[in-house]
Design a protein around this ligand. Structure first.
Ligand code: SF4
Length: 746
């Protein structure tokens, strides 16, 4: 095979010479109709973006970022949002794009969006006007790409966003319970863009405008394309040889490709799949990752090296584009829940170095934290104050995938470039990681001082093992930014599942709780922690879930809005779920660690039921399980027992938690239950999360806990002690859910 071009250098995102169409200026909204194009004086679009979400012109929505960024480069960009996919007509609404289609499923994978962890259809969709379900197809990227081809067969198609990004290679698909091919051959797109797409899409657009076909662009980082064989100037390393690193020391990383086992091999061999998953995650650092190649039938899927993270000026540029900060006017008064959730919030950074194995944020946004400057963040707060209807002085979040990773980074760039650790904080916080929270504290302080700002909440999830490193941060947070409750995510109490999730032990939670309680006391406030948990994560036994339930009761907590582990595409946990091997460690076919995995509906329901041990619906299921486990001592009439030995009339007939999900009338409703306070209003269990691909929970959140009445049984995770039972309030379920998984999906 012929030689390739050199991988392109990563120039500044805004250094390209603008396209000639820049003369048309900035559109108030990117057009969604011919009529709007005419008002703008356009005879055609250069690029048309097709998305599974409603068009909200705000930087929390991937299509808005990409659209506005391309507009800033001089291109005319149109949007086709949530088209009727049954035929090609809706795809012709703006005419054929001059350069290419850009296709995305939206901020979430369409299967995660459409189905619960029990594989039941959801009847709502937070990214759709009036929360209406059914406005996007299953596997949207494939369907939309086919319709684009039918509409205008000669126009190239570039696919991107979370769905394409996390399905870029052969991957386990929970919904069909099999390994699927990369989405690239299935969609027959010309080019796939993965991860944060800004650099790649800008380069693709400029090169396409000079006449180059996207299918021939084989030298752009963060992309994938179909090819035949390995170019002559590349050295191939078989995946099985990767541990022989001394043999590869002298190889040019930019001219080396790792040969992954073929789709056919990994789909037939779960152990090989687990090993491939391990390698994929090791080859994710932009500083040292190599290209990957994977055979699919007669052709190869080639993945170029990961994208170079955006610099702070580039992040400022992206977030400072002229967004209308509102849904497109064609939606009228319709309510778009995902927009309502973020309209008064500010995204201050991207990326996550936590590496939680159930989460795909690291795989999509990268491990390097990309932070905005202080000025840019403060400017956005002023813009919200001045331009967004309904602002009352409350900024609902200053955050990102994690609330407190702003400006945190490896202390040494050179070390970071060669690092292959999957997490900077597991099993312990790496000695090379900077944990200084002062820049974040400063932003909080300056943001509070802005005229017209009365309150700033922090709704993104907190990484509490990092927060304990900065007592000043905890104090600042609790004193000024907690509105009664603060959500954090221990995810479990038991070492088995925690070690598979790459999460710290529950002892760290206890340490944080002590700091939190002290800070609240000093501030004269009564505040509560909201812990999240995941049921049925790989590595979790029935006994682990029982111990978690005991811990919850002992700590006077009730899990509300329970979610079960969902193996999201490309996550390490999905590889564990499928293969029952642990890709966090080296895989050995005959001797590696076997991961216990709850797969059957009954066991997954049981795990979920343990989290809601206080719900009478679950008691028959739990009684059976406890008897089988030899723990009848936990069944009885006193408050010291986990569940009672009696059953309230009219309850227990639905077979436990699983019977509740996916009801015809929409999402399940929960009453928040409180101790010492009146009942809160019924709230709808939200299924949204802008940009979320946070967790292996069925929707982003996993479970949240609140405080039950009564005492707690002894036993369970006794070695951990834990705080004394208190009178914690519970919390409402819907609005804040999943904020910590936020990202743009760009
Ligand atoms: S050396 Fe440590 S801090 Fe640096 S990137 Fe690796 S794990 Fe993270």
């Amino acid at each position: 095979m012929a030689k390739t071009k050199k991988m392109t250098k990563s120039g500044d995102l805004f250094s390209h010479r603008p396209y000639w169409a820049q003369r048309f200026g900035t559109a108030p909204f990117l057009p969604m109709s011919r009529a709007e194009m005419e008002v703008l004086g356009w005879d055609s679009c250069d690029i048309v973006l097709v998305t599974g979400d409603a068009y909200v012109d705000h930087p929390s929505f991937g299509m808005a970022i990409i659209g506005r960024l391309l507009e800033a480069q001089g291109f005319r960009v149109g949007i086709i949002a949530q088209p009727d996919w049954s035929k090609a007509d809706a795809f012709k609404a703006l005419g054929p794009p001059n350069l290419f289609w850009g296709v995305t499923a939206g901020n979430m994978d369409s299967m995660v969006n459409r189905y619960t962890a029990d594989k039941k259809i959801r009847h709502n969709d937070s990214y759709t006007p009036d929360d209406e379900g059914g406005k996007r197809p299953d596997r949207s990227v494939i369907v939309y790409t086919q319709r684009c081809r039918e509409a205008y067969k000669d126009v190239p198609v570039v696919i991107g966003g979370i769905e394409a990004s996390l399905r870029r290679i052969a991957h386990y698909d929970y919904w069909s319970d099999k390994v699927r091919r990369s989405v690239l051959p299935d969609s027959k797109a010309d080019l796939l863009v993965y991860g944060n797409a800004e650099r790649a899409i800008v380069e693709i657009a400029h090169r396409a405008s000079r006449g180059e076909a996207p299918k021939d662009m084989h030298d752009i980082r963060g992309t994938s394309f179909m090819t035949d064989g390995i170019p002559d100037d590349y050295t191939a390393i078989d995946m099985s040889e990767l541990d022989l690193s001394h043999l590869h020391e002298k190889l040019d990383m930019n001219k080396t490709v790792v040969k992954m086992p073929s789709f056919e091999q990994v789909s037939a061999d779960p152990v090989l799949y687990a090993q491939a998953s391990r390698v994929l995650h090791q080859e994710s650092n932009a500083g040292n990752a190599r290209a990957l190649i994977q055979r699919h039938g007669e052709r190869d899927v080639w993945l170029t090296q990961p994208p170079i993270p955006l610099s702070t000026p580039e992040m400022d540029g992206v977030y400072g584009l002229p967004y209308a900060r509102a849904p497109h006017p064609s939606y009228g008064d319709a309510r778009i829940p995902a927009w309502e959730m973020i309209r008064f919030s500010v995204n201050i950074m991207r990326g996550c170095f936590g590496g939680c194995s159930f989460c795909s944020i690291t795989e999509h946004e990268g491990r390097v934290i990309q932070s905005r400057s202080e000025d840019s963040i403060l400017q956005e707060i002023e813009d919200i104050r001045d331009k967004v209807d309904g602002f009352t002085g409350h900024i609902s979040d200053l955050g990102g995938p994690t609330a407190n990773m702003y400006r945190l980074a490896c202390k040494d760039d050179e070390i970071q470039k060669v690092c292959r650790r999957p997490s900077c904080v597991y099993p312990d916080i790496c000695k090379n990681l900077g944990t200084n929270h002062d820049p974040l504290i400063q932003i909080y302080q300056k943001a509070r001082a802005i005229d017209g700002v009365k309150k700033i909440s922090i709704a993104s999830g907190l990484r509490y093992d990092l927060a304990v490193k900065s007592p000043a941060y905890v104090k600042e947070l609790v004193t000024h930014h907690v509105g009664g409750y603060l959500k954090i995510a221990p995810e479990h109490t038991e070492e088995g599942p925690l070690s598979k999730m790459m999460k710290p032990g529950i002892g760290t939670y206890d340490r944080f709780k002590q700091m939190f309680d002290l800070a609240a006391k000093q501030a004269g406030k009564k505040y509560y922690l909201i812990p999240y948990f995941i049921a049925a994560h790989p590595g979790t036994t029935d006994e682990d879930m029982m111990n978690l339930a005991i811990w919850l009761k002992r700590n006077n907590l009730r899990a509300d809005q329970v979610q079960t582990f969902l193996p999201s595409p490309m996550s390490l946990s999905a590889a564990m779920y499928y293969s029952e091997r642990n890709p966090i460690k080296p895989i050995h076919r005959d001797s590696g660690e076997v991961v216990h995995t709850a797969k059957g509906l009954r066991q997954r329901r049981l795990h979920k039921a343990f989290l809601r041990y206080h719900d009478a619906e679950n008691w028959p299921l739990l009684r059976d399980a406890l008897k089988r486990m030899g723990r009848e001592d936990l069944i009885g009439p006193s408050k010291k027992h986990l569940i009672p030995n009696w059953q309230p009339k009219g309850t227990g007939g639905r077979g436990g938690e699983g019977g509740r999900v996916g009801r015809k009338n929409g999402a399940q409703k929960f009453l928040t239950q409180q101790v010492g306070a009146g009942r809160r209003t019924t709230v709808k269990a939200d299924t949204s999360n802008p940009g979320a691909f946070r967790s292996g929970a069925s929707k982003p959140g996993a479970s949240k806990a609140s405080a039950p009445k009564g005492g707690a049984p002894k036993g369970g995770s006794s070695k951990r002690g834990g705080p004394k039972a208190g009178t914690q309030k519970s919390w409402e379920s819907a609005k804040g859910k999943g904020r910590r998984g936020r990202n743009s999906g760009a």
